[in-house]
Design a protein around this ligand. Structure first.
Ligand SMILES: Cc1cc2nc3c(=O)[nH]c(=O)nc-3n(C[C@H](O)[C@H](O)[C@H](O)COP(=O)(O)O)c2cc1C
Ligand SMILES: [Fe+2]
Ligand SMILES: [Fe+2]
Length: 413
């Protein structure tokens, strides 16, 4: 790809990255990820976000700049909305190759530039309300939105065009597949983006949901014509859609989840799996949407996404060495870290002698604001009665989840 025009003298110059690496060293990105970067050409030139040298991204950025006749040394300002290295890894090299380019970030951001890249020159701290006039009717203003996703986070707003360069906020996993704008994507690609937006949110942002809501409130004072995040699509025609989506996502851990059930299970020798089948049958009878994930066979990233979205969560896992089956314990720790709160939850699992999984389960449910049903544990292979009970409990739970009055009002979001 070459640079893509957002509007007069404002371009996307980012890179679509496919890599064997996991995002943040944890999350699989089989569909890759877009590292968006933008150039504003006034009399002065600013670039918003740099990429990381990752899957050829740094070279792509340079080539994209080439395509609009910009050399690194032509750039007056590098704007770093936040310092996570997916958007800043290239900073040291750029600073070496273009020693007069000024680096702009919040005060905390500047401290991180020093810490991460041992850069001491050309550092400029800005705060909310500060602006830079680039000339030729291009003026950028900064708004701090702390903790979306890191503490030093800000957004950059270009006043004349009304484009909000929002950093990680409003982002998604997944490469562009040819279209960077939401209004260019085909109907066929909508599920791809829906899934990758939610998974990005659940994996990366959900911990900071209350900060997302504060940021949305703060940003509502701006007249936004386009949202250009640092990952995912550029929202050119309908920026309000991604704001509504993010509002909706940020309420999923506030008792506003979707009427659906996510089942996450693991089993060593099949006893827990026998009960799983009864549980699934119970849910199936209710007709409620259901997603099922097996751990560790599937990556927890996907289970996390569905667990976050769904009002009902069912966890099935046996006892392993006096505690919870380790892949499930890790998953439950992720649920805690990512603040997957306010769910209706059922646990089931098999044990051989002492048990222990239930004890871990109970510990891991503390402070999660979960409505936990009576656990269904059984010794070895479940009896017919236990299987019938499992099916009945799951059916009743599914019915309750189905009947939760929806607090989601699409008009509001
Ligand atoms: C490696 C391993 C460790 C186990 N540790 C315990 C244990 O500490 N306490 C216990 O009650 N059962 C323990 N068990 C027994 C299992 O919990 C029991 O066999 C259960 O039925 C397994 O369920 P599954 O077939 O769904 O894997 C262990 C089994 C294995 C294979
Ligand atoms: Fe980030
Ligand atoms: Fe990012």
């Amino acid at each position: 790809m070459v640079a893509i025009k957002l509007t007069d003298d404002i371009y996307w110059v980012g890179a679509n990255v496919h890599t064997e690496d996991l995002f943040e060293g944890i999350w699989p990105i089989p569909n890759g990820v877009a590292l968006n970067s933008y150039v504003i050409k006034g009399e002065k030139i600013a670039i918003i976000e740099l990429v990381r040298e990752w899957g050829g991204a740094a070279l792509t950025l340079l080539k994209n700049l080439d395509s609009i006749s910009i050399k690194l040394s032509d750039i007056d300002y590098i704007i770093l909305n936040h310092l996570e290295p997916d958007h800043t890894g290239f900073t040291y090299l750029v600073n070496s190759l273009s020693p007069n380019t000024q680096i702009i970030s919040t005060q905390k951001g500047v401290e991180l530039v020093k810490a991460f890249y041992q850069i001491e020159n050309n550092l400029n701290a800005v705060k909310s309300g500060d602006s830079i006039d680039l000339g030729n009717k291009k003026k950028i203003e900064f708004v701090e939105i702390p903790n979306v996703h890191w503490p030093e986070t800000m957004v950059t707003y270009e006043k004349n065009s009304g484009i909000l360069f929002s950093g990680d906020a409003f982002g998604a996993f997944g490469v562009h597949q040819g279209c960077i704008f939401e209004d260019e994507t085909s109907d066929e690609s909508k599920p791809y983006w829906e899934e990758e937006m939610l998974r990005y949110y659940a994996n990366i942002i959900s911990t900071f949901s209350s900060n997302v809501l504060s940021a949305i409130k703060k940003l509502s004072e701006l007249k936004i014509n386009m949202i250009a995040p640092s990952h995912g699509l550029v929202w050119r025609s309908s920026p309000e859609v991604i704001v509504k989506k993010y509002k909706r996502f940020s309420n999923y851990n506030k008792d506003y989840a979707e009427p659906a059930i996510c089942v996450v299970w693991g089993s060593m020798y099949g006893n827990t799996e026998v009960m799983l089948n009864s549980v699934l049958r119970g849910i199936g009878k209710s007709g409620i949407p259901m997603k099922v994930h097996r751990l560790p066979n599937e990556d927890p990233s996907y289970a996390l996404s569905d667990a976050y979205k769904s009002a009902g969560l069912i966890i099935g896992a046996p006892t392993y060495e006096y505690g919870m089956f380790p892949p499930m314990k890790y998953f439950m720790e992720l649920l805690k870290k990512k603040r997957i709160l306010y769910k209706k939850v059922l646990y089931f699992g098999s044990y051989g002698w002492s048990g222990g999984a239930q004890k871990d389960f109970e510990k891991l449910t503390e402070n999660m604001h979960w409505d936990v049903l009576k656990p269904l544990t059984f010794n070895g292979y479940p009896t017919i009665e236990q299987l019938e009970k499992g099916e009945k409990m799951a059916m009743e739970m599914a019915q309750q989840v189905k009947d939760i009055p929806s607090k989601i009002n699409d008009e509001d979001y």
